[in-house]
Ligand binder design. Structure first.
Ligand code: NAP
Length: 322
Protein backbone atom coordinates (compact mmCIF):
# COMPACT_ATOMS: atom_id res chain seq x y z
CA UNK A 1 0.00 0.00 0.00
CA UNK A 2 1.30 3.43 -0.95
CA UNK A 3 1.41 5.89 1.93
CA UNK A 4 1.75 9.65 1.86
CA UNK A 5 2.94 11.65 4.85
CA UNK A 6 1.29 15.05 5.36
CA UNK A 7 3.55 17.43 7.33
CA UNK A 8 7.28 16.76 7.48
CA UNK A 9 7.95 17.42 11.18
CA UNK A 10 9.34 15.38 14.07
CA UNK A 11 6.96 12.43 14.29
CA UNK A 12 6.76 12.24 10.49
CA UNK A 13 10.46 11.37 10.48
CA UNK A 14 9.94 8.51 12.93
CA UNK A 15 7.02 7.26 10.87
CA UNK A 16 9.09 7.43 7.67
CA UNK A 17 11.79 5.32 9.32
CA UNK A 18 9.14 2.86 10.50
CA UNK A 19 7.50 2.54 7.07
CA UNK A 20 10.86 1.89 5.48
CA UNK A 21 11.35 -1.12 7.73
CA UNK A 22 7.85 -2.54 7.22
CA UNK A 23 6.77 -5.07 4.63
CA UNK A 24 3.74 -4.52 2.34
CA UNK A 25 3.71 -0.73 2.77
CA UNK A 26 5.64 1.90 0.88
CA UNK A 27 6.55 5.43 1.87
CA UNK A 28 5.45 6.78 -1.50
CA UNK A 29 5.09 10.54 -0.97
CA UNK A 30 5.66 13.36 1.46
CA UNK A 31 3.97 16.74 1.50
CA UNK A 32 5.25 19.84 3.23
CA UNK A 33 4.33 23.50 3.05
CA UNK A 34 7.88 23.94 1.83
CA UNK A 35 8.99 22.27 -1.41
CA UNK A 36 12.59 22.35 -0.25
CA UNK A 37 11.74 20.59 3.01
CA UNK A 38 9.73 17.98 1.10
CA UNK A 39 12.67 17.30 -1.26
CA UNK A 40 15.03 16.92 1.69
CA UNK A 41 12.65 14.61 3.54
CA UNK A 42 12.02 12.49 0.43
CA UNK A 43 15.74 12.19 -0.24
CA UNK A 44 16.51 11.20 3.32
CA UNK A 45 13.76 8.59 3.55
CA UNK A 46 13.61 7.47 -0.09
CA UNK A 47 10.06 8.67 -0.78
CA UNK A 48 9.22 8.57 -4.50
CA UNK A 49 7.37 11.89 -4.56
CA UNK A 50 7.97 15.20 -2.75
CA UNK A 51 5.18 17.74 -2.79
CA UNK A 52 5.44 21.41 -1.79
CA UNK A 53 1.78 21.59 -0.78
CA UNK A 54 -0.55 19.20 1.02
CA UNK A 55 -3.25 19.50 -1.64
CA UNK A 56 -0.79 18.65 -4.42
CA UNK A 57 -0.03 15.31 -2.76
CA UNK A 58 -3.72 14.59 -2.29
CA UNK A 59 -4.26 15.03 -6.04
CA UNK A 60 -1.83 12.17 -6.67
CA UNK A 61 -4.00 9.16 -7.45
CA UNK A 62 -1.29 6.74 -6.35
CA UNK A 63 -1.53 7.83 -2.70
CA UNK A 64 -3.88 5.45 -0.89
CA UNK A 65 -3.40 6.16 2.81
CA UNK A 66 -2.36 9.51 4.27
CA UNK A 67 -0.61 9.75 7.63
CA UNK A 68 -1.34 13.20 9.10
CA UNK A 69 1.48 14.51 11.29
CA UNK A 70 0.55 18.17 11.80
CA UNK A 71 -0.32 20.06 15.04
CA UNK A 72 -3.63 19.22 16.78
CA UNK A 73 -5.17 22.47 15.60
CA UNK A 74 -4.89 21.34 11.97
CA UNK A 75 -6.04 17.70 12.15
CA UNK A 76 -9.71 18.57 11.49
CA UNK A 77 -8.99 20.57 8.34
CA UNK A 78 -6.33 18.16 7.07
CA UNK A 79 -8.51 15.08 7.61
CA UNK A 80 -11.42 16.72 5.81
CA UNK A 81 -9.10 17.61 2.94
CA UNK A 82 -7.82 14.03 2.69
CA UNK A 83 -11.35 12.62 2.71
CA UNK A 84 -12.41 15.13 0.05
CA UNK A 85 -9.73 13.68 -2.22
CA UNK A 86 -10.86 10.11 -1.44
CA UNK A 87 -7.87 9.18 0.71
CA UNK A 88 -7.89 6.86 3.69
CA UNK A 89 -6.60 8.56 6.83
CA UNK A 90 -4.35 7.69 9.77
CA UNK A 91 -4.27 10.87 11.85
CA UNK A 92 -1.95 11.57 14.77
CA UNK A 93 -3.35 12.06 18.26
CA UNK A 94 -5.08 13.96 19.64
CA UNK A 95 -7.56 13.28 16.86
CA UNK A 96 -9.04 16.81 16.79
CA UNK A 97 -9.34 19.81 19.11
CA UNK A 98 -12.74 18.77 20.38
CA UNK A 99 -15.44 16.13 20.06
CA UNK A 100 -17.62 18.18 17.69
CA UNK A 101 -14.80 18.29 15.13
CA UNK A 102 -14.15 14.56 15.58
CA UNK A 103 -17.81 13.73 15.09
CA UNK A 104 -17.98 15.70 11.86
CA UNK A 105 -14.83 14.11 10.42
CA UNK A 106 -15.84 10.57 11.36
CA UNK A 107 -19.31 11.04 9.90
CA UNK A 108 -17.75 12.21 6.65
CA UNK A 109 -15.39 9.20 6.55
CA UNK A 110 -18.30 6.83 7.10
CA UNK A 111 -20.37 8.55 4.39
CA UNK A 112 -17.49 8.21 1.96
CA UNK A 113 -16.65 4.65 3.02
CA UNK A 114 -13.04 5.61 3.79
CA UNK A 115 -10.92 4.44 6.69
CA UNK A 116 -10.27 7.17 9.22
CA UNK A 117 -8.42 6.20 12.36
CA UNK A 118 -6.51 7.84 15.19
CA UNK A 119 -2.79 7.14 15.44
CA UNK A 120 -2.74 6.65 19.19
CA UNK A 121 -0.06 3.99 19.13
CA UNK A 122 -0.45 2.09 22.46
CA UNK A 123 -3.98 1.08 21.44
CA UNK A 124 -2.62 -1.00 18.57
CA UNK A 125 0.28 -2.60 20.43
CA UNK A 126 0.19 -6.34 21.13
CA UNK A 127 1.08 -5.57 24.76
CA UNK A 128 -2.32 -3.91 25.19
CA UNK A 129 -3.97 -7.26 24.43
CA UNK A 130 -1.51 -9.14 26.64
CA UNK A 131 -2.16 -6.86 29.63
CA UNK A 132 -5.92 -7.22 29.12
CA UNK A 133 -5.54 -11.02 29.10
CA UNK A 134 -3.53 -10.91 32.35
CA UNK A 135 -6.26 -8.85 34.00
CA UNK A 136 -9.00 -11.14 32.68
CA UNK A 137 -7.11 -14.24 33.89
CA UNK A 138 -7.57 -13.12 37.50
CA UNK A 139 -3.84 -13.33 38.19
CA UNK A 140 -3.96 -10.12 40.27
CA UNK A 141 -7.50 -10.79 41.48
CA UNK A 142 -10.20 -8.21 40.89
CA UNK A 143 -8.66 -4.95 39.56
CA UNK A 144 -9.85 -2.02 41.67
CA UNK A 145 -7.42 0.87 41.26
CA UNK A 146 -5.18 2.18 38.52
CA UNK A 147 -2.58 4.91 38.32
CA UNK A 148 -0.66 6.26 35.34
CA UNK A 149 1.61 9.20 34.65
CA UNK A 150 3.39 10.68 31.69
CA UNK A 151 5.57 13.74 31.49
CA UNK A 152 8.15 15.40 29.30
CA UNK A 153 9.69 18.85 29.87
CA UNK A 154 8.47 20.11 26.49
CA UNK A 155 6.58 23.25 27.42
CA UNK A 156 9.13 25.34 25.52
CA UNK A 157 8.10 23.71 22.22
CA UNK A 158 5.97 26.02 20.04
CA UNK A 159 3.38 23.37 19.29
CA UNK A 160 2.85 22.78 23.03
CA UNK A 161 2.94 26.42 24.22
CA UNK A 162 0.62 28.01 21.71
CA UNK A 163 -3.17 27.89 22.11
CA UNK A 164 -3.73 28.52 18.38
CA UNK A 165 -1.93 25.23 17.68
CA UNK A 166 -4.21 23.55 20.26
CA UNK A 167 -1.25 23.20 22.56
CA UNK A 168 -1.14 22.22 26.22
CA UNK A 169 -0.38 19.04 28.10
CA UNK A 170 -3.82 17.46 27.74
CA UNK A 171 -4.03 16.97 23.98
CA UNK A 172 -0.37 16.12 23.67
CA UNK A 173 0.37 13.97 26.74
CA UNK A 174 -2.83 13.65 28.79
CA UNK A 175 -4.43 11.68 25.99
CA UNK A 176 -2.04 8.82 26.81
CA UNK A 177 -2.93 8.55 30.50
CA UNK A 178 -6.62 8.66 29.58
CA UNK A 179 -5.93 5.98 26.97
CA UNK A 180 -4.22 3.79 29.56
CA UNK A 181 -7.23 4.04 31.87
CA UNK A 182 -9.66 3.45 29.04
CA UNK A 183 -7.74 0.45 27.69
CA UNK A 184 -7.78 -1.41 31.00
CA UNK A 185 -10.71 0.01 32.99
CA UNK A 186 -13.13 0.78 30.15
CA UNK A 187 -15.37 3.80 29.83
CA UNK A 188 -18.16 3.45 32.38
CA UNK A 189 -17.17 6.56 34.31
CA UNK A 190 -19.47 8.14 36.89
CA UNK A 191 -17.29 11.05 37.96
CA UNK A 192 -14.34 13.09 36.68
CA UNK A 193 -12.26 15.22 39.07
CA UNK A 194 -9.22 17.20 38.09
CA UNK A 195 -6.76 19.87 39.05
CA UNK A 196 -4.87 21.91 36.48
CA UNK A 197 -1.97 24.33 36.23
CA UNK A 198 -2.55 26.87 33.49
CA UNK A 199 0.43 28.51 31.79
CA UNK A 200 0.58 32.22 30.94
CA UNK A 201 -0.02 31.36 27.28
CA UNK A 202 -3.53 30.15 28.13
CA UNK A 203 -2.98 26.42 27.83
CA UNK A 204 -2.62 23.75 30.51
CA UNK A 205 0.94 22.83 31.46
CA UNK A 206 0.12 19.97 33.83
CA UNK A 207 -2.82 18.32 35.49
CA UNK A 208 -4.06 15.49 37.66
CA UNK A 209 -7.22 13.62 36.78
CA UNK A 210 -9.24 11.17 38.85
CA UNK A 211 -11.78 8.97 37.13
CA UNK A 212 -14.31 7.13 39.28
CA UNK A 213 -16.10 4.23 37.64
CA UNK A 214 -19.70 3.27 38.22
CA UNK A 215 -18.67 -0.10 39.70
CA UNK A 216 -16.39 1.53 42.30
CA UNK A 217 -13.00 1.28 40.56
CA UNK A 218 -10.82 4.36 40.46
CA UNK A 219 -8.06 5.70 38.19
CA UNK A 220 -5.61 8.40 39.29
CA UNK A 221 -3.71 9.99 36.44
CA UNK A 222 -1.32 12.86 35.94
CA UNK A 223 0.47 14.36 33.03
CA UNK A 224 2.93 17.20 32.72
CA UNK A 225 4.67 19.17 29.99
CA UNK A 226 7.06 20.55 32.63
CA UNK A 227 8.89 17.49 33.91
CA UNK A 228 10.15 14.03 33.18
CA UNK A 229 8.18 11.29 34.90
CA UNK A 230 8.67 7.54 35.29
CA UNK A 231 5.84 6.84 32.79
CA UNK A 232 4.57 3.97 34.90
CA UNK A 233 1.11 2.53 34.91
CA UNK A 234 0.08 0.45 37.91
CA UNK A 235 -3.03 -1.69 38.07
CA UNK A 236 -3.92 -2.96 41.53
CA UNK A 237 -6.11 -5.96 42.24
CA UNK A 238 -7.29 -7.90 45.27
CA UNK A 239 -4.52 -10.51 44.82
CA UNK A 240 -1.61 -8.44 43.59
CA UNK A 241 -0.63 -5.71 41.19
CA UNK A 242 0.85 -5.17 37.78
CA UNK A 243 3.41 -2.49 36.91
CA UNK A 244 3.61 -1.41 33.28
CA UNK A 245 6.82 0.31 32.23
CA UNK A 246 6.18 3.20 29.88
CA UNK A 247 2.51 3.68 29.18
CA UNK A 248 3.51 5.62 26.06
CA UNK A 249 5.38 2.73 24.45
CA UNK A 250 4.93 -0.42 26.53
CA UNK A 251 8.25 -1.98 27.53
CA UNK A 252 7.25 -4.71 30.00
CA UNK A 253 4.75 -5.63 32.67
CA UNK A 254 5.91 -6.84 36.08
CA UNK A 255 3.38 -8.90 37.98
CA UNK A 256 3.47 -8.94 41.79
CA UNK A 257 1.59 -11.32 44.11
CA UNK A 258 -0.32 -10.62 47.34
CA UNK A 259 3.02 -10.43 49.25
CA UNK A 260 4.28 -7.77 46.81
CA UNK A 261 6.73 -10.36 45.45
CA UNK A 262 7.62 -10.14 41.78
CA UNK A 263 6.30 -13.34 40.25
CA UNK A 264 6.96 -12.76 36.58
CA UNK A 265 7.87 -10.20 33.97
CA UNK A 266 6.13 -10.05 30.62
CA UNK A 267 8.41 -8.37 28.07
CA UNK A 268 7.18 -6.37 25.12
CA UNK A 269 7.68 -8.32 21.85
CA UNK A 270 10.46 -7.01 19.57
CA UNK A 271 9.27 -4.08 17.48
CA UNK A 272 10.53 -1.62 14.87
CA UNK A 273 9.52 1.58 16.66
CA UNK A 274 6.07 0.66 17.95
CA UNK A 275 4.38 2.76 15.24
CA UNK A 276 4.16 -0.20 12.85
CA UNK A 277 1.10 -1.64 14.60
CA UNK A 278 -1.20 1.30 13.86
CA UNK A 279 -0.09 1.26 10.22
CA UNK A 280 -0.60 -2.49 9.88
CA UNK A 281 -4.05 -2.21 11.44
CA UNK A 282 -5.01 0.65 9.13
CA UNK A 283 -3.84 -1.28 6.05
CA UNK A 284 -5.77 -4.38 7.12
CA UNK A 285 -8.94 -2.36 7.75
CA UNK A 286 -8.66 -0.74 4.30
CA UNK A 287 -8.18 -4.14 2.66
CA UNK A 288 -11.28 -5.38 4.47
CA UNK A 289 -13.30 -2.33 3.37
CA UNK A 290 -13.73 -1.00 6.91
CA UNK A 291 -13.96 2.63 7.98
CA UNK A 292 -12.50 2.02 11.43
CA UNK A 293 -9.89 -0.15 13.16
CA UNK A 294 -10.99 -2.61 15.83
CA UNK A 295 -8.26 -1.42 18.22
CA UNK A 296 -9.52 2.17 18.12
CA UNK A 297 -13.14 2.29 16.95
CA UNK A 298 -14.69 5.66 16.13
CA UNK A 299 -16.80 5.42 19.29
CA UNK A 300 -13.60 5.27 21.36
CA UNK A 301 -12.00 8.25 19.61
CA UNK A 302 -15.21 10.19 20.34
CA UNK A 303 -15.26 9.02 23.95
CA UNK A 304 -11.70 10.25 24.58
CA UNK A 305 -12.39 13.58 22.83
CA UNK A 306 -15.53 14.06 24.97
CA UNK A 307 -13.55 13.26 28.10
CA UNK A 308 -10.98 15.88 27.16
CA UNK A 309 -13.76 18.38 26.34
CA UNK A 310 -15.24 17.89 29.80
CA UNK A 311 -11.85 18.36 31.47
CA UNK A 312 -11.33 21.60 29.56
CA UNK A 313 -14.85 22.67 30.57
CA UNK A 314 -13.86 22.15 34.22
CA UNK A 315 -10.82 24.37 33.64
CA UNK A 316 -12.63 26.99 31.55
CA UNK A 317 -10.06 26.42 28.82
CA UNK A 318 -10.90 27.06 25.18
CA UNK A 319 -8.77 27.19 22.06
CA UNK A 320 -8.92 30.51 20.16
CA UNK A 321 -11.34 29.35 17.45
CA UNK A 322 -13.81 27.68 19.84
N1 NAP B 1 2.59 9.21 18.52
C1 NAP B 1 3.63 9.83 19.07
O1 NAP B 1 4.44 9.27 19.78
C2 NAP B 1 3.80 11.28 18.80
C3 NAP B 1 5.01 11.92 19.11
C4 NAP B 1 5.15 13.27 18.78
C5 NAP B 1 4.07 13.93 18.21
N2 NAP B 1 2.92 13.29 17.95
C6 NAP B 1 1.77 13.97 17.33
O2 NAP B 1 2.15 14.27 15.98
C7 NAP B 1 1.64 15.54 15.60
C8 NAP B 1 2.80 16.42 15.15
O3 NAP B 1 3.73 16.52 16.20
P1 NAP B 1 5.30 16.78 15.90
O4 NAP B 1 5.98 16.68 17.22
O5 NAP B 1 5.78 15.96 14.78
O6 NAP B 1 5.23 18.31 15.48
P2 NAP B 1 6.25 19.17 14.60
O7 NAP B 1 7.62 18.57 14.68
O8 NAP B 1 6.05 20.57 15.00
O9 NAP B 1 5.72 18.94 13.13
C9 NAP B 1 4.45 19.31 12.74
C10 NAP B 1 4.44 19.59 11.24
O10 NAP B 1 3.14 20.03 10.89
C11 NAP B 1 3.23 20.90 9.80
N3 NAP B 1 2.40 22.09 10.03
C12 NAP B 1 1.33 22.46 9.31
N4 NAP B 1 0.81 23.59 9.76
C13 NAP B 1 1.58 24.00 10.77
C14 NAP B 1 1.56 25.14 11.61
N5 NAP B 1 0.63 26.11 11.49
N6 NAP B 1 2.51 25.23 12.56
C15 NAP B 1 3.44 24.28 12.70
N7 NAP B 1 3.50 23.17 11.92
C16 NAP B 1 2.59 23.04 10.96
C17 NAP B 1 4.70 21.22 9.59
O11 NAP B 1 5.12 20.47 8.47
P3 NAP B 1 5.59 21.17 7.10
O12 NAP B 1 6.37 22.38 7.51
O13 NAP B 1 6.39 20.11 6.49
O14 NAP B 1 4.36 21.49 6.33
C18 NAP B 1 5.38 20.71 10.83
O15 NAP B 1 6.68 20.26 10.58
C19 NAP B 1 0.85 16.04 16.81
O16 NAP B 1 -0.48 15.65 16.65
C20 NAP B 1 1.45 15.29 17.99
O17 NAP B 1 0.57 15.10 19.06
C21 NAP B 1 2.77 11.98 18.23
Amino acid sequence: MKIGILGAGGIARTMARTLNEMKDVKLYAVASRSQEKAYQFAAEFQAVKAYGSYEAMLQDKEVELVYIATPHSHHYTHMKLCLKYGKHVLCEKSFTQNAAQAQEVLKLAEQKGLLCTEAIWPRYMPMARVIRQILESGEIGAPAALSANLGYPIFGVERIRRPELAGGALLDIGVYVLTFASLFFGDDISRIDSSVVMADTGVDSQESITLTYRDGRIATLYCTAQALTDRQGVISGSEGFLVVENINNFQKADIYDHNRRLIRTVPCPPQITGYEYEVASAVKAIQEGKTECPEMPHSETLFIMRLMDSLRDQWGMKYPNE
